[in-house]
Design a protein around this ligand. Structure first.
Ligand SMILES: Cc1ncc(COP(=O)(O)O)c(C=O)c1O
Length: 441
């Protein structure tokens, strides 16, 4: 079966799912991405391959990463500084490899993408440009309980520009007793503050509950209020379908160590819509690597920006980190983003189905799924209302690596490049037994 046939061959509806090993194995047999698991190192627990459901935190290491890094170490050994001009991919233009590879993942034009720094740094850099508060227009509208680093970015940017975070930061929260933030509530908040909002800034997927935000609708609402709109795509890049350019998102940034498998603390990415990326007059925090390439080495006074997203670069490129990123993105290209997206949805739908089956067995289910069924990527988050930590630890002892968030949330993320339907089935089987044990007591 060719990779492009994947969507034709597995046209499953949620109602077709079955909670048995035969079904899971059949799905795995039909999966044209099944061989991609072999391209990754799977962590060992109890002398067996674990079920690694924590690629939403740190994606697994491709087996090709080591060679890619060693190759650059050899170039360094052989050429010294001349590595900037020699080798298969001279370091001077090393980062040029990324925009075409990321364009289908991010849904953007190559000139709108740049790989640089780390996520929080990029968020600050983009806010330096897109958060230009005035006396009347100074508010930032964001989700309540955004990832802490983002909250600190917002707070410090507001203070840096002389405003009070308590007045300037407007958080949109889920309704009373709810876990999901409704798009209508976000749009209503934007409309309510339409005369004073400078920036609307959400994550693409909330890290805690796994909710995918309606980026297109949020962007449109921000623009009609006269505000810029940006997204933190840490949990979205390489996970869900993105069309940043078509949605007219102004800017975005992401890390590459989660679904993009580019290694702990790996180099991050940024997107700036072409209408701004090409505008060299925009205010920014500048560095020499963002300087016009033709005249950069004249080392003259006066910053002249590259007229693409590259114009936001500060420093020369971290080649070893980038070698890891390249190895990981080559796998994405080989697998095809459409195949990855399709299998990712099927896996998380199957996980959702299995969790609902576990709940259906009990009059008082102790699992409460807090990820919306129709607005999710790979991750499903659940509140465990009894003995949560104990269940989480027991899963680990059974070789299932998931993620614990206080006070009682387990996040589980089957990842299409290296997880299988059988992984999801086994997870359900073990979780079901652990829950039976807890509810019997
Ligand atoms: C949504 C989100 N934003 C920001 C960060 C911080 O990323 P970094 O430490 O790479 O700057 C993370 C890290 O997990 C995250 O999940």
């Amino acid at each position: 079966m060719g990779l492009n046939n994947f969507t034709e061959n597995i046209k499953m509806q949620t109602t077709d799912f079955k909670n048995n090993i035969e079904f899971a194995k059949k799905m795995d047999e039909q999966d044209p991405l099944k061989e991609f698991r072999e391209k990754f190192y799977i962590p060992i627990v109890n002398e067996a391959e674990s079920i690694y459901f924590i690629g939403n935190s740190l994606g697994l290491q491709p087996k090709s990463t080591q060679d890619a890094i060693v190759n650059e170490l050899e170039n360094w050994a052989n050429f010294g500084v001349e590595g900037y001009f020699h080798g298969e991919q001279p370091w001077l233009g090393f980062h040029d490899m990324f925009p075409p590879l990321l364009a289908p993942i991010i849904g953007a034009l190559p000139a709108e993408i740049v790989v640089m720094n780390n996520l929080t740094v990029n968020l600050h850099l983009l806010m330096a440009t897109f958060y230009q508060p005035t006396k009347t227009r100074y508010k930032i509208i964001c989700e309540a309980k955004a990832f802490p680093s983002d909250q600190y970015v917002f707070e410090s940017q507001v203070r840096l520009k002389g405003f009070n975070p308590a007045e300037a930061i407007i958080e949109v929260a889920p309704g009373e007793g709810e876990h999901v933030i409704e798009t209508d509530d976000i749009i209503a908040a934007i409309e309510q503050h339409k005369d004073s909002v400078a920036l609307v800034l959400f994550s693409g997927i909330n890290y805690y509950n796994g909710q995918v935000f309606n980026m297109k609708a949020i962007t449109a609402a921000a623009h009609s209020a006269g505000a810029f709109c940006g997204f933190d795509l840490a949990h979205a890049a390489g996970n869900i379908e993105l069309h940043l350019h078509d949605w007219e998102v102004d800017f975005a940034c992401w890390c590459t160590y989660k679904y993009l498998n580019s290694g702990p603390g790996g180099v991050a990415g940024a997107y700036i819509h072409e209408r701004y990326a090409t505008d060299t007059s925009l205010p920014r925090l500048a560095g020499w690597w963002g300087y016009d390439k033709q005249t950069r080495f004249a080392m003259e006074k006066g910053f002249k920006a590259i007229p693409t997203a590259e114009g936001w670069q500060l420093s020369c490129t971290p080649v070893l980190n980038m070698a890891a990123h390249k190895a990981a993105l080559d796998i994405f290209q080989e697998a095809g983003m459409q195949n990855i997206l399709h299998k990712g949805q099927l896996l998380s739908d199957y996980l959702y189905f299995i969790l609902e089956q576990i709940n259906a067995k009990s009059a008082n289910p102790i699992i409460e799924i807090i990820t919306p069924a129709n607005a999710k990527g790979c991750q499903v988050s659940m509140l465990i209302n009894k003995n949560g930590k104990e269940i989480f630890e027991a899963l680990k002892a059974h070789g299932i690596l998931s993620d614990w968030r206080e006070p009682n949330v387990i996040r589980v993320a089957p990842v299409p490049l290296y997880n299988s339907f059988t992984d999801v089935y086994h997870f359900g089987e073990i979780l079901g037994k652990l829950i039976e044990k807890v509810t019997e007591v």
